[in-house]
Design a binder for this molecule. Sequence first.
Ligand code: SME
Length: 150
Amino acid sequence: MNKNDLKPRISSIIDGDKATNQKMQAICDLLQERLPTYNWVGFYMAHESEPTLHLWCQAGEPTDHVVIPFGKGICGQVAVSNQNFVVDDVKAQDNYIACSIHVKSEVVIPLFKDGKNVGQIDIDSNTVAAFDESDERFLEWVNEQVATIL
Ligand code: SME
């Protein structure tokens, strides 16, 4: 399935009457089920006063990394840089936190609420170089939708 074809389904999840964390979980499940290279999908959200990211919801293999300090790993770097981070080959990264031996590539896109970096969507793939600019644009759009329910 083309990822952009999922946009109407994501919009209807956002517009539904579930709680915010249930909507975010439903988005993780949808992306992980429908997009073959999206093997793990999660939202890490920043603590309101401490420099740590917390895993709010995920689809895919469970991970031990439910709290990540700012600056650590790809996720922690995005918490500080406010920039998208596309990793074609995770083995080439020094500052990387491995969640599964199967993961080959990753993309992390910051989520902004009122201009503030409040969290991120993190996708892992078991395929090398699974993500390109079309994934960045799509995931920026997903995060913009989620920002409206935070
Ligand atoms: N690989 C991430 C950690 C999160 S897991 O991918 C679920 C990182 O380096 O920050």
